[in-house]
Write a protein of this length. Structure first.
Length: 257
């Protein structure tokens, strides 16, 4: 697969995807979203890849939807837009997605961060939902995921005022898992992704699914899903291997079955 708007590289079970529209602060045009969704669907079948890092590089993560592209759409155009479909495809990716964020993560960029499972931010990162300044509201889950992630006071402040928050605030609010110096953001995200890529893949997948379910279901249904997945894992060879390796005081050799 060749791409126009993203770059990829892979090593040690981790695929790194770099958003690559520097002339537009990595604004997420429809082609970029489609290419990212296409790539993740392909990675779904690639048993060599256990986790994916998404980054914008050293300076900016993404400044949101491409406003110039959006300007050309009327209400019918927005209604028929392919973007929600691509966002859904990204959300449905079953392997861990780790965001490495330096600089601006605004609008759709902040929403892409919230499509990721773990966020590592440089201390220069700025997160915001500035859509209100354009006469619109977040359109890729920003109202729903932000409030579930950081709670009502901060989500209301960010969405209604358009004000950005820094990495330290994002960390204390739970949007970000770790803050590092900007030079180390991608390195740390990659290291974490490599650690996850060494874990038993079926357990990783079911853990991600169960954790995400907590965003959208009641406790009883979530606990039921957790228990079913816990039971299902008892049928895997990797569970036998993990427990045997512990007993025998050796490193496990997981095979993904
Ligand atoms: N779409 C398209 N182009 C963008 C862009 C965007 N979201 N953000 C930046 N750019 C472009 C600028 O137009 C500019 O290009 P030109 O030189 O060709 O004019 C280039 O990137 C650099 O931008 P600035 O000159 O503005 O750089 P700056 O350092 O002064 O400011 C910024 C940087 C604060 C990120 C500012 O560009 C900005 O506010 N961008 C828009 C942020 C925004 O409103 N995002 C929300 C978009 S709507 C959305 O995302 C909807 C949704 O939920 C799905």
């Amino acid at each position: 697969m060749t791409f126009e708007t993203i770059k990829t590289s892979s090593a040690k079970g981790v695929l790194t995807v770099t958003l690559n529209r520097p002339e537009a602060f990595n604004a997420l045009n429809t082609l970029l979203l489609k290419e990212l969704a296409d790539l993740l669907e392909q990675v779904e079948q690639d048993h060599e890849i256990g986790a994916v890092v998404v980054t914008g590089g050293a300076k900016v993560f993404a400044a949101g939807a491409d406003i110039k592209e959006m300007a050309a759409l009327d209400a019918v155009g927005v209604m028929n837009d392919a973007r929600p479909k691509h966002w859904r495809r990204i959300y449905q990716f079953s392997k861990p997605l780790i965001a490495a964020v330096n600089g601006y993560a605004l609008g759709g960029g902040c929403e892409l961060v919230m499509h990721c499972d773990i966020v590592i931010a440089g201390d220069n990162a700025l997160f915001g939902q500035p859509e209100i300044n354009l006469g619109i509201i977040p359109g890729a889950g920003g109202t729903q995921r932000l409030i579930r992630t950081v709670g009502k006071p901060l989500a209301m402040k960010m969405v209604l005022s358009g004000e950005m928050i820094d990495a330290k605030t994002a960390l204390s609010a739970g949007l970000v898992a770790e803050v590092t110096i900007p030079e180390k953001t991608i390195e740390r995200a990659t290291e974490l992704a490599q650690t996850i890529a060494r874990k038993p893949p079926i357990a990783v997948r079911l853990a991600k699914e169960a954790l995400l379910k907590a965003f959208e279901t009641d406790l009883e249904s979530g606990l039921n899903l957790e228990r079913k997945s816990f039971t299902l894992l008892a049928a895997t060879e990797d569970r036998q291997e993990g427990i045997a390796a512990f007993m025998e005081k050796r490193k496990p050799n997981f095979k993904g079955c």
